[in-house]
Write a protein that binds this ligand. Sequence first.
Ligand SMILES: [Zn+2]
Length: 93
Amino acid sequence: MQAVWMFFLQMETSSDGRQKITKLYNPKLKINEERTLKIRSVLGKFEIDNIGKNNGVCKNCYSCVERVIRMEKELERLKCDINATRRAVLAKS
Ligand SMILES: [Zn+2]
């Protein structure tokens, strides 16, 4: 997987008033056709800003999108299984 590493600073002030700067690296995945389609299938509307050079999708959020798709497939499979079982029961009676 191709990842674009975005980087930003987080500033925290501790209880004694001292400031602490933490560098955070937020892994982002490049937006491509396949990822765009998957995100749209879950979120519906998903516009891409082609101007932004650091265009990307957060790795964590994208894996949530993939999880939703996996779970939806699993749900469909379960529904088919139940229907198949029901048809078998009906056929016997
Ligand atoms: Zn995210």
